[in-house]
Design a protein around this ligand. Structure first.
Ligand code: ATP
Ligand code: MG
Length: 429
């Protein structure tokens, strides 16, 4: 006979301490999954960033559940659920508002590692203690049982939380070698939470950044989104620089930031990241292609200029530079195909904004990437690039009534488009 939920919890050797967490901040669906698992006689806890953020007073963006139930048990327990994942199998339990992720306690010690010590597969189930020790940082290894109101702290994470310290569980060098992405996670979480990174881990990051070059570009792309679309992009960018990790993610950007011909580039990047953070806070959408358009703008410009010096026409040089810059970045962080075109569109539109006459104005205005490209243009203006008048013109144009827009397109001193068959006059600049 299966032990009852209370038997199981009574048998738990780590009863934890009572903490006051307002359960209204916890996702209802996560609570439902936990009580379902408890009722079936399993252990189930909230764990990870959700618990950490709740204790810090942040509003968590996702809740993970850890349990001793195996994926098949969880699957059986909830009708609307699915087992996913290859590297390790987890269960998604679906609700009208999305899904809740449920993972079985795992042990890391028995994982397969490669010559560099990197984890290749770790699907071995384990005890809750083992599950805690395979996690990255002490503040990420707190387990909370919302039904009992108990917090389980097997790694002294609560103390570090109070001290605002990010401490690696175990030996930092070893843990970073196992999974180099943990270095990015350390920098990102420290920036987001306003925490310090313990000295030993900080030193290890200084030595081991190069290991990021062995991480599959697709995983680094996922991490890029977490780094720059998490609402703390400015602090994260600064922290990535200070830790020396930035160059392993965006080496072309790093180089352009140091290029004397790209003095305004750093301001563009900061301006764009600030803008991204504000948009996220306001609940507005953000896109990775915009982020890449910003980060790769400097490198693209440097390359275009170089190609022009080699004798290509400005237009051909630009086109080659756009293509080449995106291709080069792919080796570090993959860029899904569907994003490549929007990046180029945003760049190409920068040159079309100069044509403020005739039908082209309206064609440009209707372009699906007009808005993103316009935002980009005005960010460039804000960074001191000589496009402030252009940004102003397009700002006025958008706010104008259709009749006024037509008038603007007729009277503007912008370059005439080919469709108008107007000879270029000296007065057009
Ligand atoms: P965020 O606030 O960005 O969601 P998080 O800490 O919750 O931060 P997740 O990616 O949601 O990050 O992971 C959930 C939990 O899984 C972490 O808190 C940590 O316990 C564990 N974890 C995630 N990635 C790793 C890793 N690379 N190595 C070890 N443990 C990890
Ligand atoms: Mg999380």
């Amino acid at each position: 006979m299966k032990p009852s939920a209370t038997d199981r919890r009574r048998a738990n050797p780590n009863p934890g301490t009572r903490v006051d967490i307002d359960t209204s901040h916890i996702n209802r669906d996560a609570l439902r999954v936990i009580s379902g698992l408890h009722a079936a006689g399993f252990q189930a806890y909230l764990v990870g960033g959700g618990v950490r953020d709740l204790l810090l007073g942040f509003s968590p963006k996702d809740f993970n559940i850890a349990t001793d139930a195996h994926p098949e048990d969880v699957r059986r327990q909830f009708e609307n659920s699915r087992i996913i994942g290859r590297r390790f199998r987890i269960v998604h339990v679906y609700f009208s508002q999305g899904y809740v992720e449920v993972a079985t306690f795992r042990a890391a010690g028995r994982a397969h590692v490669n010559e560099q010590g990197r984890i290749l597969a770790d699907n071995t189930y384990g005890s809750i203690e083992e599950d805690a020790f395979r996690r990255d940082f002490t503040v990420n290894a707190l387990y909370y049982d919302p039904e009992a109101g108990q917090l389980l702290d097997l790694v002294e994470g609560r103390q570090d939380l109070g001290a605002k310290l990010l401490r690696v569980i175990g030996d930092p060098e070893l843990r970073f070698r196992e999974d180099p992405v943990r270095m990015l996670r350390a920098v990102r979480l420290a920036a987001k939470l306003g925490f310090g990174i313990e000295a030993q881990a900080k030193a290890a990051i200084g030595r081991l950044g190069y290991l990021l070059s062995e991480v599959p570009p697709a995983r680094l792309f996922d991490e890029m989104l977490k780094l720059f679309h998490g609402g703390y992009a400015v602090q994260t960018f600064q922290a990535l620089h200070d830790s020396g990790l930035f160059k392993y993610l965006l080496p072309l950007t790093e180089k352009a930031l140091q290029d004397p011909s790209q003095k305004r580039f750093s301001d563009l990047v900061y301006g764009a990241l600030q803008n991204t953070d504000e948009r996220i806070r306001a609940g507005k959408p953000v896109t990775p292609s915009f982020l890449y358009a910003v980060f790769l703008w400097g490198p693209m410009q440097v390359l275009a200029r170089q190609l022009e010096l080699e004798g290509l026409s400005p237009r051909v040089a630009r086109e080659a530079a756009m293509k080449d810059t995106i291709l080069s970045q792919l080796r570090y962080t993959s860029i899904p195909k569907r994003l490549g075109f929007p990046i180029r569109d945003v760049w190409e539109l920068q040159y079309r904004f100069y044509r403020k006459r005739g039908k082209q104005v309206f064609r440009l205005y209707r372009h699906p990437r007009f808005r993103a490209a316009y935002d980009f243009l005005c960010l460039r203006a804000g960074a001191g690039e000589p496009v402030d008048k252009l940004c102003e013109w397009w700002t006025v144009f958008q706010a104008a009534e259709p009749g006024m827009q037509k008038k603007m397109a007729r009277s503007s001193g912008g370059k005439a488009g080919k469709t108008l068959y107007r000879p270029r006059s000296k007065t057009y600049h």
